[in-house]
Structure formats: C-alpha cells, structure tokens
Design a protein around this ligand. Structure first.
Ligand SMILES: [Zn+2]
Length: 79
C-alpha cells in the first residue's frame, strides 16, 4: 500500500514537471513559440498571447522564436 502511494507520488511529480509552458501569439501568421511571455518577439503580437505547452506548440509546427534562439539564453533542455 505504501509502495503504491510512493510510486503514484513519483509519477504525478514527474507528470507535473513534464509539460513545458511556452507562449504563442494567437495569430494566423504566428510560427514561433516563446519561453517567456514578455519576450521581444511577442511584443509585436497584435493578438492575444496564449499560454500552451511546448509539445502542443511544436505539434502545430511552431519553432522557437529567433530572439530566444540567438540570445545567450540558450536554455538547457531540462530547464
Ligand atoms: Zn520569443
């Protein structure tokens, strides 16, 4: 019983850490996703900024915004 609870706890913790939150501009032309909502790339967004998961953004063919890709903030993958 205790083991089961521990396993469940570990799984739920991992599940919470899994989906990475990214931000996209809710525009038809938006092709980028952003790690931060106040990114320079998003300041041009005339539409609503939508929070989504990295997985969802990538599956809708979005790529990481140029500002965040080129900047020194080359985030480590496990951030
Ligand atoms: Zn960006």
């Amino acid at each position: 019983m205790k083991t089961f609870l521990l396993i469940f706890f570990l799984f739920s913790t991992a599940g919470c850490a899994g989906p990475k939150t990214v931000y996209i501009c809710n525009s038809k032309n938006a092709r980028k996703y952003h790690y931060t909502a106040d990114c320079r790339g998003l300041s041009d967004c005339q539409y609503r900024i939508v929070r989504t998961t990295l997985k969802s953004a990538v599956s809708s063919n979005k790529t990481l915004c140029d500002w965040e890709r080129d900047s020194s903030g080359t985030a480590s993958p496990d951030l």
